[in-house]
Design a protein around this ligand. Structure first.
Ligand SMILES: NC(=O)c1ccc[n+]([C@@H]2O[C@H](COP(=O)([O-])OP(=O)(O)OC[C@H]3O[C@@H](n4cnc5c(N)ncnc54)[C@H](O)[C@@H]3O)[C@@H](O)[C@H]2O)c1
Length: 242
């Protein structure tokens, strides 16, 4: 690891997280990859090599495991809060447990990691935090739980940017739209087709499209950008249009 910049990426085993890992390694970061999927973690180490990456089988909601992980870290240049889940349903069919689990993983988890990273980055007087929100924070039918969790991520990002600004720590969010990952591959084909047709670009994004923006926000060149939410959504957030 030596003098290389260190980035911690959650939900690293697949989808957008994996693309972020790959991109940051290309930028010469040493990546601490965190995921509950231990098999996926082993595969990451095999793919990218122990000299570029270490894997932590940790649940983002597990406060004691997260503080144990941070107690081993002397510095951290970049935190990427990417782990997230969906449990979609109309509110009248949604069990309260599906609200709790989505809020816990998508919002409380990032908050726990931000809290630990804030202590470390404040002390080192530098850092970047990138939180993966979603365009869905603006509202999506069937996603009262998910939209609320991601709106929380946007709000948390803004508040934390205010708290950490004077310590040279920038905190921003990326709001992806429809991205081709295992998460969206589980959607019914007819639903997916409709969603693609509703995109101004008429295409899905790729995990790399998100990873590119994360790499930009992570870089030292973005010291004057904080508290922002950058959409990577093929224009969907603009609203209705022909
Ligand atoms: N795919 C999309 O279209 C899309 C759109 C907008 C936002 N996002 C957001 O991007 C992020 C990544 O999404 P994705 O599509 O790559 O998802 P994915 O399901 O392909 O991958 C998510 C990863 O997070 C891990 N994970 C889940 N719960 C965890 C936990 N409690 N602790 C640690 N790791 C956990 C999973 O094991 C998995 O490796 C999520 O926050 C998601 O909400 C995705």
């Amino acid at each position: 690891m030596n003098n290389r910049r260190i980035a911690l990426v959650t939900g690293a085993a697949k989808g957008i997280g994996r693309a972020i890992v790959e991109r940051l390694i290309r930028e010469d970061y040493f990546v601490v990859a965190l995921d509950i999927n231990a098999a996926g973690g082993e595969e990451l180490v095999a793919a990218f090599g122990g000299e570029n990456l270490s894997f932590e089988a940790v649940d983002v909601c597990n406060e004691s495991e997260i503080s144990a992980l941070f107690s081993k870290m002397e510095r951290l240049e970049v935190l990427v809060n990417n782990a997230g889940i969906i449990r979609d349903n109309m509110i009248w069919n949604m069990p309260a447990e599906d609200f709790d689990v989505v809020i816990n993983i998508n919002l409380k988890g990032p908050w726990l990691l931000c809290k630990e990273a804030a202590v470390l980055m404040k002390r080192q007087n530098s850092g970047r935090i990138v939180n993966i929100a979603s365009r869905a924070w603006l509202g999506n039918r069937g996603q009262t739980n998910y939209s609320a969790s991601k709106a929380g991520v946007v709000g948390m990002t803004r508040a934390l940017a205010l708290e950490l600004g004077k310590y040279n720590v920038c905190v921003n969010a990326v709001a992806p739209g429809l991205i081709d990952t295992p998460l969206t591959q589980n959607l019914e084909p007819a639903v997916l087709q409709k969603l693609i047709e509703a995109q101004p670009t008429r295409t899905m994004g790729k995990p790399e499209d998100v990873a590119n923006v994360v790499a930009f926000l992570a870089s030292p060149e973005t010291r004057f950008i904080t508290g922002q939410t950058i959409y990577v959504d093929g224009g969907k957030s603009i609203g209705a249009g022909w």
